[in-house]
Ligand binder design. Structure first.
Ligand SMILES: *Cc1c(COP(=O)(O)O)cnc(C)c1O
Length: 341
Protein backbone atom coordinates (compact mmCIF):
# COMPACT_ATOMS: atom_id res chain seq x y z
CA UNK A 1 0.00 0.00 0.00
CA UNK A 2 1.38 3.34 -1.00
CA UNK A 3 1.18 6.23 1.48
CA UNK A 4 -0.32 9.57 0.44
CA UNK A 5 2.13 12.25 -0.50
CA UNK A 6 1.89 14.24 2.74
CA UNK A 7 4.68 16.09 4.53
CA UNK A 8 4.01 14.09 7.72
CA UNK A 9 6.23 16.00 10.12
CA UNK A 10 4.79 19.36 9.11
CA UNK A 11 1.05 18.80 9.31
CA UNK A 12 -0.69 20.52 12.22
CA UNK A 13 -3.69 19.50 14.31
CA UNK A 14 -6.34 20.23 11.70
CA UNK A 15 -8.89 18.38 9.61
CA UNK A 16 -7.59 16.75 6.45
CA UNK A 17 -10.36 14.77 4.72
CA UNK A 18 -9.43 11.18 3.91
CA UNK A 19 -10.92 8.65 1.47
CA UNK A 20 -13.51 6.86 3.60
CA UNK A 21 -15.65 7.28 6.71
CA UNK A 22 -18.07 4.91 8.46
CA UNK A 23 -21.77 5.77 8.73
CA UNK A 24 -24.60 3.92 10.44
CA UNK A 25 -28.17 5.21 10.85
CA UNK A 26 -30.58 4.52 13.68
CA UNK A 27 -34.24 4.46 12.71
CA UNK A 28 -37.37 2.72 14.05
CA UNK A 29 -35.43 1.57 17.09
CA UNK A 30 -32.53 -0.15 15.34
CA UNK A 31 -29.08 0.54 13.85
CA UNK A 32 -28.61 -0.41 10.21
CA UNK A 33 -25.54 -2.42 9.26
CA UNK A 34 -23.54 0.66 8.35
CA UNK A 35 -21.25 1.36 5.45
CA UNK A 36 -18.02 3.06 4.44
CA UNK A 37 -18.65 6.09 2.25
CA UNK A 38 -16.60 8.61 0.28
CA UNK A 39 -19.07 11.40 1.11
CA UNK A 40 -17.50 13.69 3.72
CA UNK A 41 -20.69 15.71 4.19
CA UNK A 42 -23.75 15.17 6.40
CA UNK A 43 -27.27 16.07 5.28
CA UNK A 44 -29.86 16.40 8.03
CA UNK A 45 -33.09 18.25 8.87
CA UNK A 46 -32.79 21.94 9.70
CA UNK A 47 -34.62 21.00 12.89
CA UNK A 48 -32.33 18.08 13.85
CA UNK A 49 -31.93 17.40 17.57
CA UNK A 50 -28.21 18.03 17.35
CA UNK A 51 -28.69 21.48 15.81
CA UNK A 52 -31.43 22.64 18.18
CA UNK A 53 -30.60 20.97 21.50
CA UNK A 54 -26.99 19.82 21.08
CA UNK A 55 -27.77 16.13 21.33
CA UNK A 56 -24.33 14.84 20.39
CA UNK A 57 -21.33 13.09 21.89
CA UNK A 58 -17.98 11.96 20.56
CA UNK A 59 -14.80 10.02 21.17
CA UNK A 60 -11.16 10.67 20.32
CA UNK A 61 -8.42 8.13 19.81
CA UNK A 62 -5.43 7.43 17.56
CA UNK A 63 -3.90 4.87 15.25
CA UNK A 64 -0.12 4.51 15.19
CA UNK A 65 2.41 2.80 12.97
CA UNK A 66 4.64 0.69 15.20
CA UNK A 67 8.38 0.24 14.89
CA UNK A 68 7.83 -3.07 13.03
CA UNK A 69 5.34 -1.50 10.60
CA UNK A 70 2.02 -2.68 12.01
CA UNK A 71 -0.92 -0.27 12.35
CA UNK A 72 -2.41 -0.35 15.84
CA UNK A 73 -4.97 1.43 17.98
CA UNK A 74 -4.78 1.86 21.72
CA UNK A 75 -7.52 0.45 23.98
CA UNK A 76 -10.46 1.17 21.61
CA UNK A 77 -12.69 -0.97 23.86
CA UNK A 78 -12.47 1.75 26.51
CA UNK A 79 -13.57 4.41 24.02
CA UNK A 80 -16.49 2.16 23.05
CA UNK A 81 -17.50 1.75 26.70
CA UNK A 82 -17.14 5.47 27.41
CA UNK A 83 -19.35 6.32 24.45
CA UNK A 84 -22.01 4.02 25.92
CA UNK A 85 -22.07 6.10 29.11
CA UNK A 86 -22.19 9.34 27.10
CA UNK A 87 -25.12 8.05 25.03
CA UNK A 88 -27.03 6.83 28.07
CA UNK A 89 -26.70 10.18 29.80
CA UNK A 90 -27.89 12.02 26.66
CA UNK A 91 -30.86 9.69 25.96
CA UNK A 92 -29.20 8.49 22.79
CA UNK A 93 -29.25 4.88 21.56
CA UNK A 94 -26.11 2.91 22.37
CA UNK A 95 -23.95 1.81 19.46
CA UNK A 96 -22.89 -1.73 20.46
CA UNK A 97 -19.30 -1.81 21.78
CA UNK A 98 -18.09 -4.60 19.50
CA UNK A 99 -19.54 -2.80 16.47
CA UNK A 100 -17.87 0.44 17.59
CA UNK A 101 -14.46 -1.26 17.67
CA UNK A 102 -15.12 -2.91 14.29
CA UNK A 103 -16.17 0.42 12.76
CA UNK A 104 -12.93 2.00 14.01
CA UNK A 105 -10.87 -0.87 12.60
CA UNK A 106 -12.69 -0.74 9.24
CA UNK A 107 -12.31 3.03 8.92
CA UNK A 108 -8.61 2.98 9.76
CA UNK A 109 -8.05 0.11 7.34
CA UNK A 110 -9.89 1.92 4.54
CA UNK A 111 -7.61 4.92 5.08
CA UNK A 112 -4.33 3.04 5.56
CA UNK A 113 -2.61 5.37 3.12
CA UNK A 114 -3.18 8.21 5.59
CA UNK A 115 -1.66 6.50 8.63
CA UNK A 116 1.58 8.42 9.24
CA UNK A 117 4.76 6.32 9.12
CA UNK A 118 6.69 5.32 12.24
CA UNK A 119 9.12 7.96 13.42
CA UNK A 120 7.36 10.89 11.70
CA UNK A 121 5.83 12.07 14.98
CA UNK A 122 2.46 12.25 13.23
CA UNK A 123 -0.47 9.93 13.99
CA UNK A 124 -3.93 9.19 12.65
CA UNK A 125 -6.60 10.81 14.82
CA UNK A 126 -9.88 8.86 14.95
CA UNK A 127 -13.15 10.62 15.67
CA UNK A 128 -16.24 8.47 16.38
CA UNK A 129 -19.37 10.53 17.09
CA UNK A 130 -23.13 10.37 17.23
CA UNK A 131 -25.91 12.91 16.88
CA UNK A 132 -29.70 13.23 16.82
CA UNK A 133 -30.55 13.61 13.15
CA UNK A 134 -34.33 13.95 12.82
CA UNK A 135 -36.53 16.94 13.60
CA UNK A 136 -37.40 17.80 17.21
CA UNK A 137 -38.99 21.07 18.16
CA UNK A 138 -40.43 20.27 21.58
CA UNK A 139 -37.57 19.50 23.96
CA UNK A 140 -37.15 15.74 23.75
CA UNK A 141 -34.68 13.17 22.43
CA UNK A 142 -34.56 12.64 18.67
CA UNK A 143 -36.00 9.46 17.17
CA UNK A 144 -33.26 9.03 14.59
CA UNK A 145 -29.49 9.12 15.00
CA UNK A 146 -26.33 8.86 12.98
CA UNK A 147 -23.11 7.24 14.22
CA UNK A 148 -20.02 8.11 12.22
CA UNK A 149 -16.28 7.55 12.36
CA UNK A 150 -13.81 9.65 10.40
CA UNK A 151 -10.05 9.81 10.61
CA UNK A 152 -7.58 12.59 9.93
CA UNK A 153 -3.79 12.60 10.06
CA UNK A 154 -2.41 14.96 12.71
CA UNK A 155 1.10 16.24 13.21
CA UNK A 156 3.29 15.96 16.29
CA UNK A 157 1.61 17.76 19.19
CA UNK A 158 4.82 19.48 20.22
CA UNK A 159 6.56 20.81 17.16
CA UNK A 160 10.23 21.40 17.83
CA UNK A 161 10.16 19.51 21.13
CA UNK A 162 8.09 19.40 24.26
CA UNK A 163 7.71 22.71 26.07
CA UNK A 164 6.04 23.14 29.47
CA UNK A 165 2.92 25.28 29.42
CA UNK A 166 1.49 27.96 31.70
CA UNK A 167 -2.08 27.64 32.90
CA UNK A 168 -4.39 29.77 35.00
CA UNK A 169 -6.99 28.97 37.60
CA UNK A 170 -10.25 29.68 35.80
CA UNK A 171 -13.14 31.71 37.25
CA UNK A 172 -15.65 29.86 35.07
CA UNK A 173 -16.83 26.37 35.94
CA UNK A 174 -16.57 23.42 33.61
CA UNK A 175 -19.01 20.99 35.17
CA UNK A 176 -21.63 20.96 37.89
CA UNK A 177 -21.73 18.26 40.56
CA UNK A 178 -24.14 15.61 39.20
CA UNK A 179 -23.97 17.31 35.78
CA UNK A 180 -22.40 16.09 32.52
CA UNK A 181 -18.68 16.61 33.21
CA UNK A 182 -17.99 12.87 33.16
CA UNK A 183 -19.28 12.29 29.62
CA UNK A 184 -17.78 13.33 26.30
CA UNK A 185 -20.63 15.57 25.18
CA UNK A 186 -20.27 18.36 22.65
CA UNK A 187 -22.10 20.67 25.04
CA UNK A 188 -19.17 20.55 27.50
CA UNK A 189 -16.97 21.99 24.79
CA UNK A 190 -19.38 24.62 23.47
CA UNK A 191 -19.52 26.28 26.85
CA UNK A 192 -15.74 26.02 27.37
CA UNK A 193 -14.88 28.06 24.26
CA UNK A 194 -15.32 31.44 25.90
CA UNK A 195 -13.13 30.42 28.85
CA UNK A 196 -10.31 29.06 26.70
CA UNK A 197 -10.30 32.05 24.33
CA UNK A 198 -10.29 34.34 27.34
CA UNK A 199 -7.33 32.40 28.77
CA UNK A 200 -5.46 32.78 25.48
CA UNK A 201 -6.23 36.50 25.35
CA UNK A 202 -4.69 36.81 28.83
CA UNK A 203 -1.60 34.90 27.72
CA UNK A 204 -2.30 31.45 29.21
CA UNK A 205 -2.22 28.13 27.40
CA UNK A 206 -5.01 26.42 29.34
CA UNK A 207 -7.56 26.71 32.15
CA UNK A 208 -7.42 24.79 35.41
CA UNK A 209 -11.03 24.23 36.46
CA UNK A 210 -11.85 23.83 40.14
CA UNK A 211 -14.84 21.94 41.54
CA UNK A 212 -17.93 24.09 41.03
CA UNK A 213 -19.40 23.45 44.50
CA UNK A 214 -16.52 24.57 46.72
CA UNK A 215 -13.86 25.90 44.32
CA UNK A 216 -11.20 24.30 46.51
CA UNK A 217 -10.44 21.12 44.58
CA UNK A 218 -8.67 20.52 41.27
CA UNK A 219 -10.85 19.10 38.49
CA UNK A 220 -9.26 19.16 35.04
CA UNK A 221 -8.66 21.44 32.04
CA UNK A 222 -11.05 21.78 29.10
CA UNK A 223 -9.79 18.58 27.50
CA UNK A 224 -7.21 16.84 29.68
CA UNK A 225 -6.91 15.35 33.18
CA UNK A 226 -4.25 16.39 35.69
CA UNK A 227 -1.45 14.25 36.92
CA UNK A 228 0.86 15.43 39.70
CA UNK A 229 4.08 14.02 41.10
CA UNK A 230 4.96 14.56 44.76
CA UNK A 231 8.47 15.41 45.94
CA UNK A 232 8.88 11.77 46.99
CA UNK A 233 7.85 10.53 43.52
CA UNK A 234 4.30 9.48 44.20
CA UNK A 235 1.89 9.95 41.26
CA UNK A 236 -1.33 11.69 42.29
CA UNK A 237 -4.40 12.32 40.15
CA UNK A 238 -7.68 14.02 41.11
CA UNK A 239 -10.75 11.89 41.77
CA UNK A 240 -14.12 13.48 41.07
CA UNK A 241 -17.45 12.46 39.58
CA UNK A 242 -17.43 15.49 37.32
CA UNK A 243 -14.17 14.93 35.43
CA UNK A 244 -13.96 13.00 32.18
CA UNK A 245 -12.36 9.59 32.78
CA UNK A 246 -9.32 9.97 30.52
CA UNK A 247 -8.07 6.70 29.05
CA UNK A 248 -4.57 8.17 28.86
CA UNK A 249 -4.64 9.04 32.57
CA UNK A 250 -5.97 5.62 33.55
CA UNK A 251 -3.24 3.99 31.42
CA UNK A 252 -0.52 6.21 32.89
CA UNK A 253 -1.49 5.11 36.41
CA UNK A 254 -0.97 1.49 35.36
CA UNK A 255 2.36 2.42 33.77
CA UNK A 256 3.43 4.26 36.94
CA UNK A 257 2.58 1.32 39.17
CA UNK A 258 3.44 -1.72 37.06
CA UNK A 259 6.24 -0.48 34.82
CA UNK A 260 7.94 2.16 36.99
CA UNK A 261 7.14 0.75 40.43
CA UNK A 262 5.78 4.07 41.71
CA UNK A 263 3.05 4.59 44.28
CA UNK A 264 -0.12 6.01 42.75
CA UNK A 265 -3.03 7.79 44.38
CA UNK A 266 -6.38 8.69 42.89
CA UNK A 267 -7.99 11.03 45.39
CA UNK A 268 -9.41 14.49 45.88
CA UNK A 269 -6.67 17.07 45.33
CA UNK A 270 -7.07 20.43 47.04
CA UNK A 271 -5.75 23.44 45.18
CA UNK A 272 -3.88 24.39 48.36
CA UNK A 273 -1.61 21.36 48.03
CA UNK A 274 -0.68 21.99 44.39
CA UNK A 275 2.19 24.28 45.40
CA UNK A 276 3.85 21.32 47.15
CA UNK A 277 4.00 19.04 44.09
CA UNK A 278 7.22 18.57 42.15
CA UNK A 279 5.73 18.00 38.71
CA UNK A 280 2.45 18.55 36.92
CA UNK A 281 1.15 17.30 33.58
CA UNK A 282 -2.03 17.19 31.52
CA UNK A 283 -3.05 13.85 30.07
CA UNK A 284 -5.12 13.11 27.01
CA UNK A 285 -4.94 11.36 23.66
CA UNK A 286 -3.72 14.43 21.76
CA UNK A 287 -0.41 15.01 23.57
CA UNK A 288 -0.26 11.96 25.91
CA UNK A 289 1.24 14.30 28.56
CA UNK A 290 1.76 18.06 28.30
CA UNK A 291 4.03 19.21 31.09
CA UNK A 292 2.81 22.18 33.10
CA UNK A 293 5.58 24.52 34.24
CA UNK A 294 3.52 27.21 35.91
CA UNK A 295 0.04 27.73 37.35
CA UNK A 296 -1.20 31.26 37.96
CA UNK A 297 -3.98 31.84 40.48
CA UNK A 298 -5.07 35.48 40.23
CA UNK A 299 -1.53 36.82 40.25
CA UNK A 300 -0.06 34.16 42.56
CA UNK A 301 2.37 32.00 40.66
CA UNK A 302 3.11 28.37 41.38
CA UNK A 303 6.31 27.42 39.58
CA UNK A 304 7.08 23.71 39.59
CA UNK A 305 10.69 22.71 40.30
CA UNK A 306 10.71 20.93 36.91
CA UNK A 307 10.86 24.39 35.31
CA UNK A 308 9.83 25.89 31.99
CA UNK A 309 12.24 24.15 29.62
CA UNK A 310 11.81 20.41 30.15
CA UNK A 311 9.41 17.76 31.32
CA UNK A 312 9.92 16.72 34.92
CA UNK A 313 11.89 13.46 35.29
CA UNK A 314 8.94 11.29 36.36
CA UNK A 315 6.60 12.87 33.81
CA UNK A 316 9.20 12.11 31.17
CA UNK A 317 9.51 8.45 32.20
CA UNK A 318 5.73 8.10 32.14
CA UNK A 319 5.56 9.75 28.72
CA UNK A 320 8.34 7.64 27.24
CA UNK A 321 6.96 4.40 28.61
CA UNK A 322 3.39 4.96 27.41
CA UNK A 323 4.42 6.21 23.96
CA UNK A 324 6.84 3.25 23.81
CA UNK A 325 3.91 0.91 24.45
CA UNK A 326 1.78 2.65 21.81
CA UNK A 327 4.59 2.59 19.22
CA UNK A 328 5.38 -1.07 19.88
CA UNK A 329 8.84 -0.50 21.40
CA UNK A 330 7.77 -1.71 24.85
CA UNK A 331 5.57 -4.72 25.55
CA UNK A 332 1.98 -3.68 26.28
CA UNK A 333 -0.23 -5.05 29.02
CA UNK A 334 -2.61 -7.68 27.69
CA UNK A 335 -5.48 -6.25 25.63
CA UNK A 336 -4.13 -2.71 25.26
CA UNK A 337 -3.12 -2.90 21.61
CA UNK A 338 -5.57 -3.67 18.83
CA UNK A 339 -3.72 -4.50 15.62
CA UNK A 340 -5.45 -3.40 12.40
CA UNK A 341 -5.20 -6.37 10.05
C1 LIG B 1 -11.31 13.51 25.95
C2 LIG B 1 -11.07 14.24 27.20
C3 LIG B 1 -9.98 13.96 28.05
C4 LIG B 1 -8.89 13.00 27.68
O1 LIG B 1 -9.31 11.67 27.56
P1 LIG B 1 -8.43 10.61 26.79
O2 LIG B 1 -9.28 9.38 26.81
O3 LIG B 1 -7.18 10.41 27.56
O4 LIG B 1 -8.17 11.14 25.44
C5 LIG B 1 -9.88 14.65 29.24
N1 LIG B 1 -10.79 15.58 29.61
C6 LIG B 1 -11.84 15.88 28.82
C7 LIG B 1 -12.79 16.92 29.26
C8 LIG B 1 -12.02 15.22 27.61
O5 LIG B 1 -13.07 15.53 26.83
Amino acid sequence: MEKKNIDWSNIGFGYIPTDKRFVSNYKNGAWDEGTLTSDATVTISECAGVLQYAQTCFEGMKAYTTEDGRIVTFRPDLNAARMVSSCERLEMPVFPEDRFVQAVVDTVKANEAYVPPYGSGATLYIRPYMFGSDAVIGVKPANEYQFRVFVTPVGPYFKGGVKPITIRVCDYDRAAPHGTGHIKAGLNYAMSLYAIMDAHRQGYDENMYLDAATRTKVEETGGANFLFVTKDNKVVTPKSNSILPSITRRSLLVVAKDYLGLDVEEREVYFDEVKDFAECGLCGTAAVISPVGKIVDHGNEICFPSGMTEMGPITKKLYETLTGIQMGRIEAPKGWIKVIE
